[in-house]
Design a protein around this ligand. Structure first.
Ligand SMILES: [Zn+2]
Length: 297
C-alpha cells in the first residue's frame, strides 16, 4: 500500500523532470551528429594549390635510379604504387585505405578482404581494420620521384567507395589535380530509398542519403574528374522489383556524365536476401545509360 502511494506521489515529479531533459536523439540524428563530428578535415587552401610554384626541380645527375629512361622509372613506380584496388574507408577525422588482397574478384566491390570491418556504418574505427599505407620513404626521398610517382598512384589504382560521401571527403582532402587524375572509380550504393523519390530525402539529416549529397557526388564526377575513364556502379538493391527508368529523379545527375570509356552498372544483393532477378526494365535502362555516359564529351 505504502509503495503504491509512493509511486503515485513520484509520478508528477518524474513527469516534470522529463519535461526539462534534453530531447532524446533518434538513431538518424545520432548518426548524423557522429558523421559531422568525425568528418575528415579539409585540406587547407594553401595546400590545395599546385605542388610547386618555384623553379622546376633539377634532375639529380648522380642518381642511377633517375638516370633510367622515364618509361622504366614509371614502370617501377607502377610496381610499387599502382595497379591495385584501394578500398577507401572513413575514419575519425580522416580517410584511410586498404589495398585489396582478394583473389576472388578483380575489383572486389563486396570488400570481401575486409568483411570484418564495421561497415557501411558512418565511421570505421582504426582498430577494426588493418589499414594500408604508402611507401612514404620513397615518395619523400626526392621531389622528382614524388612528382612522377604521385601521378601513378591516382591514375593507375582503382578507387573503391562504399558510400557517396567518401568522394566528397576525398575531394576536400586532396589537391584538385589529384582528383582530376583518377581514372578508375567504383561505387557500391546501398539503395534503401532513391533520392528524389520521397519528400524525406530533401532533409540533410539523411546525409549521405539525401538529395543534395547525391547530386554533389555526380557533379564532382562531371566537373572535377575529367580523367575518369572507367566507372563501376554497383547497386545493392534492397528492392529488386523496382522500375528502372531514365525519367526517375535519382537518374538525372547521371545523365550529365559524358566521356567515359567504360561504364558498368551492376546489381548485387545482401547475402541474407533471396536473390530475385531484376524485372524487364533493368536491361534497357542499363544499356541506354551506358550509351549516354560513354558518349564523347
Ligand atoms: Zn578487397
Amino acid at each position: 500500500m505504502f509503495r503504491h502511494l509512493l509511486s503515485i506521489l513520484c509520478l508528477p515529479v518524474l513527469l516534470v523532470i522529463m519535461c526539462f531533459l534534453p530531447p532524446q536523439y533518434t538513431n538518424q540524428e545520432r548518426n548524423h551528429k557522429i558523421r559531422l563530428e568525425n568528418a575528415p578535415n579539409p585540406l587547407r587552401l594553401k595546400h590545395r594549390r599546385e605542388l610547386s610554384t618555384g623553379p622546376k626541380p633539377r634532375l639529380q645527375a648522380d642518381s642511377r635510379l633517375l638516370r633510367l629512361p622515364a618509361e622504366i622509372r614509371l614502370q617501377i613506380w607502377y610496381e610499387v604504387f599502382g595497379g591495385e584496388v584501394l578500398h577507401l574507408v572513413q575514419l575519425p577525422k580522416r580517410l584511410g585505405h586498404v589495398r585489396c588482397c582478394s583473389t576472388l574478384n578483380a575489383t572486389d566491390a563486396p570488400r570481401s578482404c575486409i568483411l570484418d570491418y564495421r561497415g557501411p556504418g558512418p565511421i570505421t574505427q582504426p582498430a577494426d581494420i588493418k589499414l594500408s599505407s604508402l611507401d612514404l620513404a620513397l615518395l619523400q626521398s626526392c621531389r622528382q620521384i614524388y612528382t612522377e610517382a604521385v601521378d601513378v598512384i591516382y591514375a593507375t589504382n582503382l578507387f573503391d567507395l562504399d558510400d557517396v560521401s567518401t568522394l566528397l571527403y576525398l575531394s576536400q582532402t586532396i589537391r584538385p589535380q589529384r582528383l582530376a587524375a583518377i581514372k578508375y572509380l567504383q561505387l557500391t550504393w546501398e539503395l534503401l530509398w532513391a533520392p528524389f523519390s520521397i519528400p524525406e530525402t530533401k532533409d540533410p539529416i539523411l546525409f549521405p542519403n539525401d538529395d543534395a549529397t547525391w547530386v554533389t557526388f555526380w557533379r564532382l564526377i562531371e566537373t572535377q574528374m575529367p580523367g575518369l575513364l572507367e566507372l563501376t556502379f554497383v547497386v545493392q538493391a534492397m528492392y529488386p522489383k523496382m522500375d528502372w527508368s531514365l525519367d526517375e529523379g535519382w537518374v538525372q545527375p547521371l545523365l550529365r556524365i559524358r566521356g567515359l570509356k567504360e561504364f558498368r552498372l551492376e546489381l548485387s544483393y545482401p547475402t541474407n536476401m533471396t536473390v530475385e532477378l531484376p524485372n524487364e526494365t533493368f536491361e534497357p535502362f542499363r544499356q541506354r545509360l551506358t550509351e549516354i555516359m560513354c558518349t564523347a564529351a
